[in-house]
Write a protein of this length. Structure first.
Length: 302
């Protein structure tokens, strides 16, 4: 969910992190944020109603589509992708990615086709790249950047989000009819705000333009600020409804039932470089959540 930053802002971010990290402690304990919503329950209900279908829990290859979350942006350093720490395809033991849990040869049988900064309109092109690899399993985690706009009126409209997601699924269904698709819900950005705002350095980083629709004026509790954050959260919930509905149209697609959205990330699971993206611990948690939802004993839809 990386927001594109100018070279000057990037330099300022690096300088700010370097100076403030030595002056500020990052040890605030995380408070409980907003609770889970009807979206998760609806996703699980849809999964329960879906006709039984064969779902392979041991696919032999995997392609991961998405944005900076799947690229593990800021998990190992400032303003950099860290794909070896990715929840989906990472090779580090500290993460235990979905690929390493599933595949005998993850290095040669998994492909991270996500791109930092990507929005849902980029997913159809990523789907075409996946077709070239012929994976048996595809994972999708996409949508945070669509909500992380300069203002709420510039967030991706739900209709456009649906159009592009549907187009990507149709490409995968048409070109890879035997492949499975697992779709993770968009994280609760309001929860990330509630946790990250407790860190003084994080609040300074956010002022440089990270997800302003949610993170600007991080400490403000004015009516306008509250309404803005709720508007973003409602848009994320609407995106997740789209993911659930469109995935349910395909026999070989599974939605996580709101698992990622409902998870209450803690401060240690946020990047120490921006207090918004997942840290190594956060990537490991995502890997466990997705693997359990897709392939575990109580997997969604099985």
């Amino acid at each position: 969910m990386r927001l594109s930053l100018s070279r000057g802002v990037s330099g300022a971010l690096i300088a700010l992190v370097t100076v403030l990290t030595t002056a500020l402690a990052a040890g605030c304990s995380a408070k409980d944020g907003p609770g889970s919503t009807e979206a998760g329950a609806a996703g699980r209900a849809d999964a329960a109603k879906r006709p039984a279908a064969v779902w392979d829990t041991t696919p032999a290859s995997l392609a991961a589509l998405g944005d900076s979350i799947t690229r593990a942006f800021d998990a190992c350093g400032i303003l950099t992708d860290c794909p070896d720490l990715s929840w989906a395809t990472g090779s580090r033991r500290s993460v235990e990615s979905v690929a390493t849990r599933l595949l005998d040869k993850p290095a040669s049988k998994s492909w991270n086709l996500a791109a930092s900064g990507a929005k849902m309109h980029d997913l159809p092109a990523q789907a075409k790249k996946a077709v070239e690899r012929r994976p048996q399993q595809v994972t999708i985690l996409m949508g945070a950047n669509d909500a992380c706009a300069k203002s709420t009126d510039r967030m991706t409209p739900v209709a456009e989000y649906r159009r592009d997601f549907s187009a990507a699924l149709k490409t995968l269904d048409r070109e890879l009819p035997k492949a499975q698709v697992f779709v993770a819900s968009v994280p609760d950005l309001m929860r990330l705000w509630d946790v990250g705002r407790q860190n003084a350095l994080g609040r300074q980083i956010w002022k440089l333009g990270l997800c302003p629709s949610m993170l600007s004026d991080a400490q403000s509790m004015s009516t306008a600020a509250r309404e803005r954050r709720l508007t973003v959260r409602e848009r994320v919930m609407a995106y997740n409804d789209v993911l659930r509905q469109e995935c349910a149209r395909l026999q070989r697609c599974r939605y996580d039932g709101g698992t990622v959205f409902d998870y209450r990330f803690t401060q240690k699971e946020l990047s120490p470089w921006d207090w918004f993206h997942p840290s190594t611990e956060g990537q490991a948690k995502l890997a466990g959540l997705v693997y359990a939802a897709a392939f575990g004993p109580g997997a969604v839809g099985r």
